[in-house]
Design a protein around this ligand. Structure first.
Ligand code: ATP
Ligand code: MG
Ligand code: MG
Length: 552
């Protein structure tokens, strides 16, 4: 992949166009199974499929690969559509379902049976496995393999009519039990599942397998380039066998690319579902989840995810991408685009004794240091302000460039203060610090020429608003939580969520709509929560700290 975003798939398509192999336009598809929320790996597949269509002026379909009703749900279908739209892509035409083609697929199965290329098999699952052989040993023919077409037609129709129990019979393609590629050893194409289907209701009690569905659905929709992940490379001969042996209306081709793996997380719907089911997280859209919905709630932007997918590129060999790259993508985006604001997370009250009690000055501060288009904001300055507890010490050495008793500090966008007296409770805890301010220091150095070393953030105690801030960290404390057959649950980071209930924010922040992104100065990047935030009860999620704090 080069800087212009060219990858091997673009080259293949360009050659197809130049050689005149593409009769009409390029048509790709994104084919999720609605058995969970989409994750960061799916985002890559979305960017790739929709991106290729955009690049070549073609189309990309959204097709739910819904052949396994037991694990599928309407709520996943809805969430997946919302995620794709949020990422900024539009599918061409209606939302499609592989189940739209169940009638045609059934006809295709009948066609294979009539041609003597499919048969009803009654081996149990264990027997079938035994007959299949291994990588080094050829399989053996099923004793049911040589049934007549008539018998197979009658049995398959009886399967469809619900006359047999689940697991008692399957329909298999008759290909080659000694093929080196195990996928060609008479693969199952239909199985009995007495299951209600979210799209087709109770119409069917037999369902086609993924392999029998995918390529034919591609052909029916006129998909030209069917792009999938590398684990399907060994299925390609089967994909092609069906296309050659069925009266399909087009000749799609399958191409494979390496799936995206990111360290410190898991990208498998099954494992993500376990995290949800076992309540390790609050839901599929928990801000710690590597789901698109989770990352959205965490404060990732569509732009940052698209940029990340571009950066990781499209390869033919598997690798693991450092999560730091994902973090870099969002930090970079928010640094450039998020308005600045101040939030005190662990408040310590300062009383400015020489500032009038009922006075309020509205100071102006830039929305962003180098984005004039983000305007200015008004900060109320009052006699009492909050600063971070960590930003004050009674005594400190020169390295501590914050507020120290008897020394000066600048409040960001406001005045220079001098800490004069510490007030403590009976136990010796600091309850407030009394200061004086220098009225001539708004945007000016002190007249005595002694510049304070530090600048700290603050919020008016009387005019600021109270907020809840949730700080998230990596969900796993292990680089490869699911590698080597280990139980990934044992690597869950117990400190992945820290809630700060007594935070203070600039008053303007309470009015921010949900999903507004900010840099809280000196603290990190934050987003107003998509669901829980309101003007009355402001709630912010930390998207990412200002700098990477994970030691390498
Ligand atoms: P999972 O194992 O998480 O369930 P899946 O491949 O079974 O993943 P699908 O819903 O079938 O999930 O995937 C839809 C599309 O997204 C497929 O084309 C699949 O190849 C692609 N995809 C899934 N995971 C990744 C990944 N980690 N990287 C790139 N593409 C992916
Ligand atoms: Mg799949
Ligand atoms: Mg899967």
């Amino acid at each position: 992949q080069d800087a212009a975003g060219n990858n091997f798939l673009r080259s293949i398509i360009r050659k197809d166009i130049e050689a005149g192999r593409l009769e009409g336009e390029l048509v790709t598809r994104f084919p999720p199974e609605p058995n969970g929320f989409l994750h960061i790996g799916h985002a890559k597949s979305i960017c790739l499929n929709f991106g290729l269509a955009e690049h070549f002026g073609g189309k990309c379909h959204l097709r739910f690969d819904d052949t396994n009703p037991a694990k599928e749900e309407q709520s996943y279908i809805d969430a997946i559509q919302e995620d794709i739209t949020w990422l900024g892509f539009n599918w061409s035409g209606p939302v499609r379902y592989a189940s739209d083609y169940f009638d045609t697929l059934y006809e295709y199965a009948l066609h294979l049976i009539r041609e003597g290329k499919a048969y009803v098999c009654e081996l149990s699952a264990d027997e079938a496995r035994e007959y299949r052989g291994t990588l080094t040993e050829p399989g053996r023919n099923s004793p049911y393999r040589d049934r007549s077409s008539e018998e197979n037609l009658a049995l398959f129709e009886a399967m469809r009519a619900g006359e047999f129990d689940e697991g008692s019979k399957v329909l298999r393609a008759k290909i080659d039990m000694s093929a080196p590629n195990i996928n060609l050893r008479d693969p199952i194409i239909y199985r009995i599942r007495k299951q209600h289907h979210h799209q087709t209701g109770d119409k069917w009690c037999i369902y086609p397998t993924y392999d029998f569905t995918h390529g034919q659905s591609d052909a029916i929709e006129g998909i030209t380039h069917s792009i999938c992940t590398l684990e399907f490379e060994d299925h390609r001969p089967l994909y092609e066998w069906f296309i050659e042996n069925l009266p399909v209306p087009a000749q799609p081709r399958q191409y494979e690319f390496a799936r995206l793996n990111v360290n410190y997380t898991v990208t498998s719907k099954r494992k993500l579902k376990a995290l949800v089911d076992e309540q390790v997280v609050a839901g599929w859209d928990d801000p710690r989840m590597p789901t698109i919905a989770g990352m959205r709630r965490r404060g990732f932007t569509p732009r940052s995810l698209r940029h990340f997918c571009e950066m990781v590129g499209v390869a033919r060999s598997e690798g693991v991408v450092d999560v730091a790259m994902l973090e870099h993508a969002i930090r970079d985006d928010l640094d450039k685009n998020a308005p600045r604001a101040m939030c005190v997370m662990a408040p310590l009250k300062l009383v400015i004794t020489n500032y009038p009690e009922d006075k309020v000055e509205w100071l102006s501060a830039p929305g962003h240091p180098n984005r004039d288009d983000l305007g200015t904001r008004s900060l109320p300055f009052t006699r009492e302000v909050f600063i971070e507890q960590d930003d004050f010490r009674e005594e400190a050495n020169k390295k501590f460039k914050r507020l120290v008793l008897g020394k000066k500090v600048r409040l960001r966008n406001a005045y220079v203060l001098l800490a004069e007296e510490v007030i403590k409770d009976a136990e010796g805890n600091i309850v407030e610090v009394h200061c004086s301010y220098d009225a001539d220091t708004l945007g000016e150095d002190p007249a005595d020429g002694v510049k304070p070393k530090g600048v700290i953030h603050w919020v008016s105690a009387s005019h600021g608003r109270r907020a809840v801030v949730r700080c998230y960290d990596r969900l796993f404390n292990h680089e490869s939580p699911d590698r080597g057959g280990e139980d990934f649950m044992q690597h869950v980071n117990p400190d992945s969520l820290q809630v700060f209930n007594d935070c203070w924010i600039e008053p303007g922040l309470a009015d921010a709509p949900a999903e507004s992104h900010f840099q809280f100065e000196r603290t990190g990047y934050f987003v107003s929560d998509r669901i829980d935030h309101s003007t009355e009860n402001p709630v912010f999620n930390r998207t990412i700290a200002l700098r990477d704090s994970w030691a390498k």
